[in-house]
Design a protein around this ligand. Structure first.
Ligand SMILES: C[S@@+](CC[C@H](N)C(=O)[O-])C[C@H]1O[C@@H](n2cnc3c(N)ncnc32)[C@H](O)[C@@H]1O
Length: 215
């Protein structure tokens, strides 16, 4: 599915999120607070859009994804990023290879959430950090109702005009609705062995950032 949407993926994101995706990406950079010389893995990095802000800030960031279509599009646009083909549930990296690991709008798409969280823990050094940026559930009732209308009705209609694969955006809406809420995802992160799990909402809970520390 991601191979098919690769070419227009970034533009479609900008349109469908009404430009909010740029703010969310800045929040991820702030949450990770990378220090000079630290190494970051950006898992399910797609075309590298979630990795680029780190590279541009001088961080050694490795984008990894299992969609060759996304990787090819990314490499064409940002040949300076060190793309690595890899499956989130069987990472091609050594134990404790990274100081921090992040995954933006990717964990929901990985078939086995627990396996991905465990693998990301394995490749993070003790005391290293995890930041998961993922769609979540608005906390305020009226806002949740407006958003759910947008998600289930407007988003697939807009996607039909701007995306190369509108069905993928019907999947997007349905997968967001079925995804665990903030507290439940925090429990999954903790169950995978991560410590100090905390989260904060962005855009009223449309997106949540979960943070954790490798213990
Ligand atoms: C919505 S995109 C997110 C891309 C990028 N992180 C961003 O923020 O724009 C989700 C990505 O997850 C990748 N993905 C899904 N399951 C995966 C897996 N098991 N291993 C590696 N990548 C996976 C897809 O190929 C896709 O590129």
């Amino acid at each position: 599915m991601f191979d098919e949407v690769a070419a227009r993926y970034d533009r479609t994101n900008d349109v469908l999120s009404l430009g909010q995706d740029r703010r969310w990406r800045r929040a991820v950079v702030e949450a990770l607070d990378m220090r000079p010389g630290e190494k970051l893995l950006d898992m399910a990095a797609g075309t590298g859009t979630s990795t680029a802000p780190f590279t541009d800030a001088g961080v050694l960031a490795v984008p990894s994804d299992f969609s060759l279509g996304m990787l090819r599009t990314g490499r064409g646009r940002r040949p300076d990023l060190p793309f690595v083909a890899g499956d989130a549930t069987r990472l091609p990296f050594a134990d404790a290879a990274f100081d921090a690991v992040t995954i933006s709008f990717g964990l929901r798409n990985v078939g086995d959430t627990a396996a991905a969280l465990a693998e990301m823990r394995r490749v993070t050094r003790h005391g290293g950090r995890l930041v998961v940026c993922e769609f979540s559930h608005p906390t305020w009732g009226p806002w949740r109702r407006v958003y759910t209308e947008y998600l289930m009705r407007a988003l697939p209609a807009v996607a039909r005009r701007v995306s190369s694969s509108p069905d993928s955006y019907v999947y997007l809406a349905e997968s967001i609705r079925a995804w665990p809420d903030q507290r439940e995802l925090g429990e999954l992160v903790a169950a995978a062995g991560w410590g100090e799990v905390a989260y904060r909402n962005l855009s009223g809970g449309i997106v949540a950032l979960h943070r954790a520390v490798r213990v």
